[in-house]
Design a protein around this ligand. Structure first.
Ligand code: ADP
Length: 245
């Protein structure tokens, strides 16, 4: 009987997921159709055509991001076997993530400061870790006002590397804090559609953390900012802490 209940639950989750995906795809696909139609009607006005084309490119970007994140998520959820965990340099992961979010940050006048302890080595999959930190940094940029500062850094604690991303952005209301790691959960739906969020970024981070035997947590205060901390088991290759006796 328990198996039947579990099977029903799994089926309900699956149905929910498909419904969510359908809903998320509907918006950009619908917009693309409307824009294409409008463009046909404005064929003799090159300026309007340009404007519609730019909006189509924006919707196509959003669609591409959604599809990419869905593929990431399904891979991480065990549709594929997990690659072997190997020693990964945390500094390399941080540099890659900063590199990938640098343009978006610069466009808002936001500086990303890298600090913490250098030289940490974790057991992991470099590409997954880089994706996770990139998602955290991309959120920090997206939910911060212009000309602010984001800090990213790692430290060693109780056998884990703690990678923290701190912003001084809008923060997350208390009642939403527990739910932001759920697929498709967004604090503010209307705001999300203007910032182009898919609601999948943190679900991906959470899966990366659990695939590595780690965790991800959030501290946040509305109006002050947020800190997301990703904990990943250290590898034996990490050199001893120079500061401890
Ligand atoms: P999205 O693609 O919408 O950013 P995420 O899964 O990455 O999806 O995040 C889920 C929600 O959590 C976001 O829609 C946003 O409301 C909130 N959030 C995530 N990171 C931050 C942050 N650094 N500051 C404020 N809110 C955040």
């Amino acid at each position: 009987l328990q198996d039947v209940t579990e099977a029903r639950r799994v089926e309900a989750v699956r149905r929910d997921f498909v419904a969510n995906v359908g809903h998320e795809l509907k918006t950009p696909v619908g917009a693309l159709g409307l824009l294409a139609e409008a463009m046909q009607g404005a064929a003799d006005d090159p300026e309007t055509v340009q404007r519609f084309a730019a909006r189509m490119a924006h919707e196509a970007d959003r669609l591409a991001r959604l599809v990419r994140e869905l593929i990431d998520l399904s891979r991480l959820q065990g549709a594929e076997p997990l690659p072997e965990l190997v020693p990964v340099d945390v500094d390399t992961v941080l540099a890659e993530a900063v590199d990938r979010t640098g343009l978006a940050a610069a466009a808002k006048g936001i500086t990303i400061a890298v600090g913490g302890r250098p030289g940490l080595v974790v057991r992991g999959v470099e590409a997954q870790l880089a994706t996770a930190v990139t998602n955290l940094l991309a959120n920090a940029v997206a939910y911060s006002p212009e000309n602010t500062r984001i800090a990213v850094g790692a430290r060693a604690r109780s056998g884990f590397a703690e990678i923290a991303v701190t912003d001084s952005g809008i923060g997350i209301p208390r009642q939403d804090r527990g739910r932001v790691f759920e697929r498709f959960y967004r604090v503010d739906q209307s705001r999300a559609s203007s910032t182009g969020g898919t609601g999948l970024g943190l679900a991906i981070v959470k899966h990366v953390a659990s695939n590595h035997g780690g965790s991800v947590t959030v501290w946040s205060e509305e109006g002050l900012g947020s800190t997301f901390t990703l904990r990943i088991p250290l590898a034996a290759e990490t050199p001893p802490d120079p500061d401890s006796p």
